[in-house]
Write a protein that binds this ligand. Structure first.
Ligand code: PLP
Length: 359
């Protein structure tokens, strides 16, 4: 039976990446060492880290005036480290609240600054992205924070908001590398690797260099972007194996033709599932059409027992980790880069069959 893993994260990785990691597990490139056993300051690992950064820069066409940092602490960590690194002498942060991950960022930021909710989709249960024209930005904000893909609610920005001269900060964790991004429109992009770019333990921060002088004095060194940039992300021991795995994912993405090609596949995969959802009233996805996430697709039936039955039947067919987030229930299919279209087709076939039996 072919297994398809729909986990929201840690999530499916390309088979080729796992095979390569397995083949190199005991002896990386004739070094006689596993990547896990290497000094982060040795020539072998430095070559791995440099290639990973170069490949990521190529994939996203990251301009030279941006630093790429390979850190730890996850997106949850960044929810604190972003304000610490960017507040400078400002007091206010503008947030757009589009769901669970926005709320987490807001809660954390409140420890460090005054938070202005510039826009929110709470009025309709976080099922859309508020139009840019409705945002009420503060004139003196340190930055504007968005979560560009809400992993739980399944809401994605399909536009880059213009916020003028104020830096735009995006938590891109769950759609990072799923599509091309114009990095120059952002002050900071951050993402935990375990959704779409590798395994847990690595947090990627892309930051415009002119923003590196705003850190609060209390910022811990390990999460101080300027200090880490000056140390090539090796002020402390970096998450070496997670960087290696992400590097293999970047190579794999380049071999697929880069992010423009990957985006085409992701559009086709998402269309397959949403077209089916739109064709039936048996399953419900509450998100406004133009704001639907290509990566995370929440859906449910009319009652919870049926949802539980659906998940049981799915597991028996090798369709794994479809259970929705504990805060919302129902189902959620995550269609990250490494999910082949055959996996989505198998899911849709099963959904159709389930509807015929219980509809
Ligand atoms: C998963 C996720 C997080 C949290 O990541 P951690 O690695 O657990 O800190 C934050 N934001 C988004 C959008 C996510 O998908």
């Amino acid at each position: 039976m072919t297994i398809y893993n729909f986990s929201a994260g840690p999530a499916v990785l390309p088979k080729e990446v796992l095979q390569r990691a397995a083949a190199e597990m005991l002896d990386w490139h004739g070094s006689g060492m596993s990547v896990m056993e290497m000094s982060h300051r040795g020539p072998e690992f430095i070559s791995i880290a440099q290639k990973a950064e170069a490949d990521l820069r190529q994939l996203l066409a990251i301009p030279d005036d941006y630093e790429v940092l390979f850190l730890q602490g996850g997106a949850t960590g960044e929810n604190a480290f972003v304000p610490m690194n960017l507040l400078g002498d400002r007091q206010v942060i503008d947030f757009v609240n589009t769901g669970e991950w926005s709320k987490k960022s807001i809660q954390e930021a409140k420890k460090y600054a005054r938070v202005n909710i510039a826009a929110s989709s709470e009025d309709r249960n976080f099922t859309y992205v508020p139009a840019r024209e409705t945002w009420k930005l503060s004139p003196d904000a340190a930055y504007v924070h968005i979560c560009s893909n809400e992993t739980i609610g399944g809401v994605e920005y399909h536009f880059t908001p213009d916020v003028g001269d104020v830096p735009l900060v995006a938590d891109m964790s769950s759609h990072f590398l799923s599509r091309p991004v114009d990095v120059s429109r952002y002050g900071v992009i951050y993402a935990g690797a375990q959704k779409n770019a590798g395994c847990a333990g690595l947090t990627i921060v892309i930051v415009r260099k002119d923003l590196l002088d705003r850190a609060l004095p209390i910022t811990p060194s390990a999460f101080h972007w300027k200090q880490q940039a000056q140390a090539d992300s090796m002020l402390n021991t970096p998450p070496t194996y997670a960087i290696y795995i992400a590097g293999l994912v970047f190579e794999w993405l380049l071999a697929q033709g880069g992010l423009a090609q990957i985006e085409k596949r992701n559009i086709a995969k998402a269309k397959l599932l949403y077209d089916y959802l739109d064709s039936t009233a048996f399953y419900i996805n509450p998100v406004r059409r133009e704001d639907r996430s290509r990566m995370n697709v929440p859906f449910r039936t009319r009652d919870e027992r049926l949802d539980a039955e659906f998940i049981k039947g799915a597991e028996a067919r090798g369709l794994l980790q479809l259970k929705g987030h504990r805060s919302v229930g129902g189902m959620r299919a995550s269609l990250y880069n490494a999910m082949p279209i055959e996996g989505v087709q198998t899911l849709v076939d099963y959904m159709r069959e389930f509807e015929r039996r219980f509809g």
